[in-house]
Ligand binder design. Structure first.
Ligand code: FAD
Ligand code: NAD
Ligand code: ISD
Length: 436
């Protein structure tokens, strides 16, 4: 026994919210669309289940000590200044929300999903939007990250927990494991909550997947000026615990002991593909789709962090992007392909990443491959970098730009502006993009 829908979205994160909005814009009928999500809430304010929300808020506004962001303020699709999709919005649009419910098996031949509650839900078209999960230290052979003052950050439940743990550590000390997005944004939030931070990561500098050493040096010096201490080029090997099980120190590879009141771990993610392995093509750790977001099974689409799609701008290279703009746009594109088959062109995406910490804000467009040219005023926090490959601009980073500046660098990457002379590019700096 179970329910049947025309369209089912599996997953209730960012991509699901944007897909739902697009479905209503394209004229879905009441009762045709269902969203199934296991999204955990954690310590609830009368809220046990939660429809899609803007996950980026969790490491930014949500962690602020003053006037923190709380739901319903950041339900999707606030990031796009569109409607805010509250539970009432779904009800008014006749969209069935099956929340707090994990799908434990998928049969793509029969077009059915089996939930952990034992219900079979069938579909004509399935959109997989299962996102990703945070990697655990245990997966690297380190035990003890289930202690009550060790935090990860992926869901509202995790963010609620960080807020609670921070309250017990005011004026104290935190260790942040990982020098990527979570590490950098959480370290800034911890300091803002008057908690001193030591960041530990294996690379030579922070944000190693994107930043050049020179860009990283700027952010590391800025963080140090706010009281963050960096221990680079190493990893933790174990935790030290008090008799009540709380972590009191982290022990590093060379035996260094870093005493702490809490730990935040951000060591990367894995896309949630396991339900579909053996049923769908997998690439780059995600579900491979074509430029309509369609998987190797025609009735099944994949969007967001879980999807590996061809990036036209990079000559059709398959990429899996772990960023919110990509989640929003792949979701919309899948829905237009489903609702207007034949009329929807190939997905033509310009990769876009950003972050905001303290008073800083940067954006990056394109790909960070090839030769790098830096420009601008580093001490004044208004600087950038270009990446040049085969005599064309392929990537652009900018800190402290205006809206027009960011539009200009995005446009220059979209146009793949030819670059004749790297020295000239360095001298022109931002104006190379604004005048392109
Ligand atoms: P998710 O938002 O992860 O949603 C996946 C959903 O699927 C979840 O609700 C999950 O519970 C559900 N699910 C998974 N498996 C099942 C199952 N078997 N049954 C039922 N439900 C299931 N990106 C940026 O570009 N800028 C930022 O500033 C930024 N900040 C971020 C801050 C944080 C704290 C985090 C964690 C991420 C941030 N990101 C940011 C990344 C961005 O949030 C993701 O790229 C985006 O959420 C991906 O959307 P998604 O819908 O694909 O996956
Ligand atoms: P990440 O890939 O950005 O960084 C992972 C970091 O973990 C690496 O930089 C490395 O320093 C560290 N690391 C890896 N293995 C380790 C180990 N064994 N021990 C210690 N450190 C180790 O991943 P993240 O920071 O965990 O972020 C998770 C996801 O959230 C990503 O998809 C990211 O895009 C997303 N996110 C994005 C933003 C943003 O775009 N502004 C903000 C927050 C989160
Ligand atoms: O960085 C972000 C982003 O893209 C969001 O959607 O934060 C959120 C909201 O702007 C915060 O409410």
């Amino acid at each position: 026994m179970g329910r049947a829908f025309v369209y089912v979205i599996l997953g209730g994160g960012v991509a699901a919210g944007y897909a739902a909005l697009e479905f209503t814009r394209r004229g879905v009928n009441h009762g045709e669309l269902c969203i199934i999500s296991k999204e955990p809430v954690g310590i609830p304010l009368g809220l046990r289940q939660v429809p899609p929300y803007e996950r980026p808020a969790l490491s930014k506004g949500f962690l602020l000590p003053e006037a923190p962001a709380r739901l319903p303020a950041f339900h999707t699709c606030v990031g796009a200044n569109d409607d805010r999709l509250t539970p009432k919005w779904y009800k008014d649009h006749g969209i069935e929300l099956v929340l707090g419910t994990r799908v434990k098996a998928a049969d793509l031949r029969r077009k059915t999903l089996l939930t952990a509650t034992g219900e079979t839900i069938s579909y004509k078209i399935l959109i997989i939007a299962t996102g990703a999960r945070a990697l655990k230290l245990e997966e690297f052979g380190i035990r003890g990250s289930d202690a009550e003052n060790v935090c990860y950050l992926r869901s509202l439940a995790d963010a609620n927990r960080i807020v609670d743990v921070m309250k017990t550590c005011s004026g104290g000390h935190a260790v942040v494991i990982g020098g990527g997005y979570i590490g950098m944004e959480c370290a800034a939030a911890l300091v803002t909550n008057r908690i001193k931070v030591t960041m530990v990561f294996p690379e030579e500098h922070c944000m190693a997947r994107l930043f050049t050493p020179k860009i990283a040096e700027f952010y590391e010096e800025y963080y140090e000026s706010k009281g963050v201490n960096f221990i680079k080029g190493t990893v933790l090997t174990s935790f030290e615990n008090s008799s009540d099980g709380k972590v009191t120190a982290v022990i590093l590879r060379d035996g260094t002991r870093v005493p702490t009141d809490m730990v935040v771990v951000g060591i990367g993610i894995r896309a949630n593909t396991s339900l579909f392995e053996g049923q769908l093509s997998i690439d780059k750790g995600g579900i491979k789709v074509n430029s309509q977001m369609q998987t190797s099974v025609g009735s099944v689409y994949a969007v967001g962090d879980v999807a590996a799609f061809p990036v036209k701008l990079f000559g059709g290279d398959i990429r899996r992007l772990e960023h919110v703009d990509s989640a929003r746009r792949t979701a919309r594109h899948a829905v237009t392909s489903i609702m207007e088959p034949g009329k929807t062109g190939d997905f033509d995406y310009l990769p876009f990443f950003y972050s905001r910490v303290f008073a800083l804000s940067w954006q990056f467009y394109g790909d960070n491959r090839g030769e790098v040219v830096h420009y601008g005023d580093f001490p004044g926090a208004r600087f950038g970098a270009y990446w040049v490959d085969k005599d064309r601009l392929v990537g652009a980073f900018l800190e402290g730009g205006s809206r027009e500046d960011y539009e200009a660098i995005a446009n220059a990457i979209r146009l793949k502006v030819p670059v004749k002379d790297l020295a000239e590019l360095e001298r022109s700096g931002l104006s190379f993009a604004t005048q392109a």
